[in-house]
Design a protein around this ligand. Structure first.
Ligand code: CP
Ligand code: NVA
Length: 308
């Protein structure tokens, strides 16, 4: 049994295996209706709990569909409707759920909720986003990059804006998949030192460049995310927008990257804020492939967790 808590906590060879399997499973489904079962049914007779303490479109639907395609069943639970939201401890919740289901995916706030769930659960736990990281998203993003441009190893990724949870998982992936990452954003929103250090220890070049135009020079991939994440206080919205506006990904900024540089955004996006529609809907954008690949990448993650 394996938990999938974070990219830097997962063996690099296992991560590579998941990306390759995800690609193969995607190919095997080409042209088939969404509800058609996969040929093998690795999750047959398995029940998966999907717990959401924050809103979600992609994570909710892609996990649910993925489990069903693999022959399993799901239970989508809202944290606030569970006793979890009324004071039952995480540990007790984990021990109880382990008696009913074969795997737990949780989207939550503080990372300690995820780690405590994993500590007390007898079944695999998957991180569906915390305030600090979003590993499933970056598995999909690595798959997406490689589908379009081949191996990501040695490439230059530029993260624009807020050094948030999605940025953190990109840094983890830099170390594990061997690419370089430049962060461009205001100093107040720099990514965590610890995560930059981890990637550097693995040999990745991790750079901070305040000038977004200099940052994207030579970029193979430019990434944006919302300026205000679900865990950020709404009262900080105006201040964050003012700080982040110079880092908007628009056609002018993209023209300073490599001509074939891809554009990614995990979505949901705020069009004309962190990125313009011209870029989001432009020829270098792969945002909807990323969304689709959540499905395929997570199917491989779930198989690895269950060893099936
Ligand atoms: N990218 C992502 O995780 O989207 P949702 O919040 O819709 O799940
Ligand atoms: N950084 C965003 C990602 C949403 C998928 C958030 O946490 O709200």
């Amino acid at each position: 049994m394996n938990h999938f808590l974070d990219i830097h906590k997962t063996d690099a060879a296992a991560l590579r295996g998941m990306i390759d399997q995800a690609g193969a499973m995607k190919q095997a489904r080409l042209g088939r209706p969404k509800a058609a079962p996969d040929d093998d049914q690795p999750l047959k007779d398995h029940m998966v709990a999907l717990i959401f303490e924050k809103p979600s479109t992609r994570t909710r639907v892609s996990f649910d569909v993925g489990v069903r395609q693999m022959g399993g069943q799901t239970m989508v639970l809202s944290g606030k409707d569970m006793q979890l939201g009324h004071g039952e401890t995480i540990a007790d919740t984990a021990r109880v759920l382990s008696r009913y289901v074969d795997m737990i995916m949780i989207r939550t706030f503080d990372e300690t909720i995820l780690t405590e769930m994993a500590e007390y659960s007898d079944v695999p736990v998957i991180n569906g986003l915390t305030d600090r990281t979003h590993p499933c998203q970056i598995m999909a993003d690595v798959l997406t990059y490689e589908e379009h441009r081949g191996p990501i190893k040695g490439k230059k990724v530029v993260w624009t804006g807020d050094g948030n949870n999605v940025c953190a998982s990109f840094l983890h992936a830099a170390g594990q998949f061997g690419f370089d990452l430049t962060f461009t954003g205001p100093a107040q929103l720099d990514p965590e030192e610890e995560f930059m250090g981890l990637a550097r220890q693995k040999g990745s070049k991790i750079t901070i460049e305040r000038d977004p135009f200099k940052a994207v020079e030579g970029a193979d991939l430019v990434v944006a995310d919302t300026w205000v994440s679900m865990h950020d206080s709404q009262s900080a919205k105006e201040r964050r927008h003012n700080m982040l506006r110079p880092y908007q990904v628009n056609a002018d900024l993209m023209s300073h990257a490599k001509p074939d540089a891809l554009f990614m955004h995990c979505l949901p996006a705020h069009r004309e804020e962190e990125a313009t529609s011209e870029v989001m809907d432009g020829p270098n954008s792969v945002i909807f492939d990323e969304a689709e690949n959540r499905l395929h990448a997570q199917k491989a993650v779930m198989r690895w967790c269950l060893g099936v």
